[in-house]
Ligand binder design. Sequence first.
Ligand SMILES: NC(=O)c1ccc[n+]([C@@H]2O[C@H](COP(=O)([O-])OP(=O)(O)OC[C@H]3O[C@@H](n4cnc5c(N)ncnc54)[C@H](O)[C@@H]3O)[C@@H](O)[C@H]2O)c1
Length: 416
Amino acid sequence: MMAKVKNINLAERGELEIEWAGTNMPVLMTIRKRFEKEKPLLGIKIGCCLHVTKETAVLVKTLKAGGGKVFLCGSNPLSTKDEVAAALVKEGIAVFAWRGLQEKEYYWCLNKVLEGKPNLTMDDGGDLITTIHSKRKELLKNVIGGTEETTTGVIRFRAMEKDRALKYPVVAVNDAYSKFLFDNRYGTGQSTIDGILRATAILLAGKNFVLSGYGWCGKGIALRAKGMGANVIITEVNPQNALEAVMDGFQVMPMNKAAEIGDVFVTATGDRNIIKKEHFLKMKSGAILANAGHFNVEINLKALGKLSKGKRKIRENLEEYQLKNGKKIYLLSEGRLVNLAAAEGHPSEVMDMSFSLQALTAEWLVKNKKLVPKVYRVPEEIDKEVSRLKLKALGIKIDELTPEQKKYLKSWQKGT
Ligand SMILES: NC(=O)c1ccc[n+]([C@@H]2O[C@H](COP(=O)([O-])OP(=O)(O)OC[C@H]3O[C@@H](n4cnc5c(N)ncnc54)[C@H](O)[C@@H]3O)[C@@H](O)[C@H]2O)c1
């Protein structure tokens, strides 16, 4: 079996990490048990481009238990946990991933996964699908369908669909309620704060914490930063999200203003150039910058480099830029998603839901081979089932609609 990881001797540590994640992923483990018996993915080759974390390992082992043959690469140069990658190789998974790879190496790994000629693709950010559609078109004929884990990937595939460029069906796992309401909000919320604290060890209480993008990730980050005592300031472009932030009790202002008063800046927009030259120039010396969006395009690093006369690494995931104007600006994890690069990504309990959706959606794609090339939502029954199973795992019972209520909710005749 082919594989390339940093150090296979880390496998033992990785196995313990994966086991620990599994204890907090009861829904996915329930699905794994069924997959072991039913083998719904028998003979299916699955190309995965996902953050190589302990939770991803639990998913990969579940896909394997279902009969799938998995090929895995990382979906970001800094998010791979080397011990997890090593442990998966020991499990017989073809892994091509290590932390800190260069862009060329990143695409080398991705192409190694594609050499497996996948029948299903599982993306986080869309790089597998866009590569197949642009540079490896000969592989299209093997593919039944794909899934996408994150907002940025879904945006790319919707653009492909609009341009009629999409050649196979893709399920937007990100857009399932059991995903974005929990993973993007509570997962990114907690793990982004975790990443900032691990990288800096600063006190958040009393800091002006500027958050760009009050979407699902942003709402979670803002909530948690507020909980730690920070003064949260939101920047937005969408009037509804901005208004929501106002009514949630946050200050809202343009970045031009926020740049002058912020102590910590976090971007979570999925958009580019949120923090740029004019903002760096206005910042207080000592300002800390981090990104939680998928790509490292939200903070304009080129402009930051040009304004600086030097930089040095202070500690893991923390770099000091010395600006020509005498100020110092601190950048976390090279502007890559701070929760994965400086911490461990979302907690297992949250990934339990996202990856259960992934596993069930893979099964659904294999069962529904006649889908046309477009972006699909996760079927409602799968979406609801994942939340139902999660509640069950938490030991929480809820009420059920009575026949009378069901009828009432479907009718229009009854008024006052
Ligand atoms: N770090 C992680 O683990 C993680 C997890 C999930 C999603 N993501 C990524 O985070 C990003 C955001 O995801 P989301 O689900 O919150 O998306 P979303 O669409 O819910 O929210 C994005 C918000 O950013 C705002 N925005 C866009 N351009 C802006 C600008 N120039 N200035 C200020 N605000 C702007 C939008 O109006 C929107 O409200 C995406 O790149 C997504 O892929 C990261």
